[in-house]
Design a protein around this ligand. Sequence first.
Ligand code: SF4
Ligand code: SF4
Length: 442
Amino acid sequence: MVHHLDFTTHIRLAWHALSDGWHALRNDGWHALRNEGRGQQSERSNAAGRGDESQAGRVDVVDLHAHRLAALGVPPLFPSDNFPTPPRTDRTLVTLKTIQPGSAASLSPKSQLTILGDVERVVGSGFRDRLDACGHPELRRTTLQTLQINVGKVCNQTCSHCHVDAGPTRRESMSAATATAVLDFLGRSRVTSLDITGGAPEMNPNFKRLVAESRALGKRVIDRCNLTILLANGFTDLPQFLANHAVEIVASLPCYLEENCDAQRGNGVFKKSIEAIRGLNRLGYGRPDSPLQLNLVYNPVGLGLPPNQAELETEYREQLLERYGIRFNRLFTITNMPVSRFLEDLLRRGKFEAYLQHLAASFNPATIEDLMCRSLLSIDWQGYLFDCDFNQMLDLPTLVDGQRRHISEIDDGEFESLPIATGNHCFGCTAGCGSGCGGSLT
Ligand code: SF4
Ligand code: SF4
């Protein structure tokens, strides 16, 4: 069944093309496809290590996955997709010259904004025009509910889609003084939730203090965890610590199949992620008889939008239990944002404009009411205010009275009705069913 290129095999190869080895399709062969993927993985110097992989069973597994996701309405596959690829602009060509394959993100926030702004020629109108056309001349804040802090860019992984451009060589990390300013704000604020992200937020030296003191203030605490950190030397006490403080864990697992997950997050990450979830399940996380919450995050391995969240959650639940005996509470589907490393991947592949066109064509006004930036405030590792983590990476600050502000000098009430800084990257949050840190919006 697997030794000739029948129709099913072509579908399987097309699914794998969603990962970094897409152009190996031209070679019309499985081994060429695998080798291409491996080459690009090694360029990324994944610090999560390499797992022993067996060829056995791989082909049938991927075939099953492609069919099931197709049944769930996953958009057409890349590169044999129906996103027309417009001719590259001069600006894109110039940009491509500046990007070294396998390098850390080389585009400044200003360059990213220029590129995102320039795409309006292709998309037809920008995000602000689309908002205006549906009766929202400006996006404005409502009541502040969640404080999200990005404690830095240090991470034990180097994922291909990372909008933070995080990795083991980054040094940006929240200081003890800024962590104290965050806790002081929580003490005088009515926000109900502290959402801690990074990088791998657990690698910040202030992580445990932030968790323990926020919980003591009665706040719900969310840890955006990459799972592999829970097995890393020096961090193996974390699962028990998180359980002791009833921290909600939101963990990335972009596929229930090893091949697809590792293509995005690095070789060996999937096996470690499953091992980490098993450990969390033993502590009560994700179990129906326990209050400890373990929510997983799916984001597309390729260039489509996420499928229906509820249906994919059912699929994940069945597959993860059947294959690995693991459990979780909720699945959040999140769209890949055209920011930082993912933006550069799009540019390298000549797919940036096609992807933005696809997002813009899928603009859904019904998502606007629930956009996360309306009720969330995002703090960078230095303590400055942004409307969301994506705006942080683009250096689009939240302005109060026209000024950039620090967490140490603000109060809750100052944010009600403040305008939100938007741009064409916001098409990523409003496409299809919408996307936010809690998954689908509609
Ligand atoms: S996506 Fe998450 S785990 Fe991957 S490099 Fe970025 S911060 Fe680290
Ligand atoms: S990227 Fe999304 S969350 Fe951020 S400001 Fe735009 S719409 Fe809001």
